[in-house]
Design a protein around this ligand. Structure first.
Ligand SMILES: [Zn+2]
Length: 113
């Protein structure tokens, strides 16, 4: 499962950050998730709960913040917002788009105790 691998790499980042700050426990995690990433937020949440069990982030609250997708439209010659992959340019209707933002995820912040 794709989300399981992502949850594991999230936990790694969270554990490293907690260790650096000398924290005994992580109580909350904020994650930025691109609108165009192939990640199911509910599945990721489920996996995060599973991998953090017994770790420093056991029972930590996960908040997923969606970040907007963006693409470069060739005909328009500018960056346009893109709600979902496979959709045309909202300005000119062209499908000649290069996704430039919104495909990745990032641990934005953690709350420690
Ligand atoms: Zn366009």
């Amino acid at each position: 499962m794709h989300e399981m691998a992502l949850a594991e790499s999230m936990l790694e980042i969270v554990e490293q950050t907690a260790r650096r700050s000398g924290a005994a426990r992580v109580t909350a995690v904020w994650l930025e998730l691109g609108a165009l990433s192939h990640v199911e937020p509910d599945a990721l949440r489920f996996c995060f709960d599973a991998v953090t069990r017994g770790s420093v982030a056991d029972a930590a609250r996960l908040t997923i913040v969606a970040t907007e997708g963006q693409a470069w439209c060739m005909p328009c010659g500018e960056a346009v917002p893109l709600a979902r992959r496979g959709e045309p340019c909202p300005r000119c209707g062209s499908y000649q788009l290069n996704v430039t933002q919104g495909e990745d995820m990032r641990v934005k912040e953690i709350e420690i105790a």
